[in-house]
Design a protein around this ligand. Structure first.
Ligand code: RUB
Length: 316
């Protein structure tokens, strides 16, 4: 397999590249590089190489549907079974990957623009983890001259909330870093809870970093609005035919040191890294196509994927 592709896949697996949007863009780029550098001499061996690379990539992290969706985008547009010559196929795969990457960038800008309209000067905002899409909304509102204050949940065990806090503070936004369990304590002062997502299901449930569901529940109880920022490639096509979203569980050493592990003896340490927020706790989903209620997810999914929903994955 292409060594650059393998390096990108490794970075996704070890979370050097993380966050659903960045994972998707990296996967599209990995396929672009594979197509560009392929030394295949026949159409069949070229397509075989792209499919093997695709299958390998989608196995790197199980929850972020952005990863298989990015790969689907490239394969559906790049590989046309009626085409039998290698060079046009190579160019089509490269063009599709470039198009995905460019669309992803545009989507972030539009999400920032649409979401920012819902924020008012003086608003206090709770965030979780580190989401480019959520950050884009906050940054956009700040650049529009709105005075905001952010409370960033640190997001144990990997502390992605620190990245969010730093990025927003660098923009000149007032930021407080809080421990995850302080979310409810501060909730009464919040105007919005803004989060990104790794996957949105057909019934409008939002899968995101562990702790999101707890914060959304607290927001619901306190009548604080919950806004989800999501490019449309975060919608999960297979949930429409009943598939469940697999929740990734990562190793214990993200939670405790080896010494603490030993000290705990037979205690098992669980580290699920995503959870599911039901649609009842979500007010709006901000996409590049506009703002929708979570209940509209089914319709958006059918529009996005149509007949392809029950088809075979293009890497099979
Ligand atoms: C990242 C995470 C982010 C979403 C959305 O988890 O849960 O909130 O991926 O991010 P991890 P974005 O750090 O385990 O990848 O809006 O940037 O796609």
């Amino acid at each position: 397999m292409n060594e650059h592709l393998m390096a990108i896949a490794q970075d996704i697996s070890t979370m050097k590249i993380r966050g659903a949007g960045r994972i998707a863009v990296a996967a599209a780029d990995a396929l672009r590089i594979t197509a560009l550098e392929s030394s295949a001499t026949t159409y069949d061996s070229f397509v075989g190489e792209i499919k093997t690379a695709s299958k390998y990539l989608v196995g790197m992290r199980p929850t972020a549907v952005s990863l298989p969706n990015a790969v689907r985008y490239v394969l559906w547009r790049g590989i046309n079974e009626d085409m039998t010559s290698i060079e046009p196929t190579r160019l089509a795969v490269i063009a599709a990957a470039e198009e995905f990457i460019s669309n992803a960038k545009d989507a972030l800008r539009l999400i920032g623009d649409f979401g920012a309209k819902r924020l008012l000067s003086g608003d206090k905002i709770l965030t979780v983890c580190n989401s480019n899409a959520a950050i884009e909304i906050i940054k956009h509102a700040h650049r529009d001259g709105k005075d905001l204050e952010v409370f960033a949940m640190e997001t144990r065990p990997r502390y992605q909330g620190r990245i969010t806090a730093k990025v927003l503070a660098e923009e000149g936004i007032k930021v407080n870093l809080i421990i995850d369990s302080a979310a409810r304590y501060f909730m009464r002062d919040m105007d919005h809870f803004i989060t990104g997502t790794d996957a949105i299901t057909a019934n409008g449930a939002v899968v995101n970093k562990i702790g999101t569901a707890m914060a959304a529940l607290a927001a619901h109880e306190a009548r604080v609005r919950v806004m989800v920022a999501a490019e449309t490639y975060k919608f999960h096509p297979e949930t429409i035919i009943g598939e469940l979203v697999e929740i990734e569980e990562r190793p214990y050493d993200e939670v405790v040191s080896d010494d603490a592990r030993e000290d705990l003896g037979p205690v098992s340490i669980r580290n699920p890294v995503f959870d599911i927020t039901p649609s009842e706790y979500i007010d709006v989903i901000v996409t590049e196509r506009g703002i929708i209620p979570p209940q509209a997810s089914f319709f958006l999914l059918t529009e996005l994927f149509g007949w392809r929903l029950t088809g075979r994955d293009p890497w099979e």
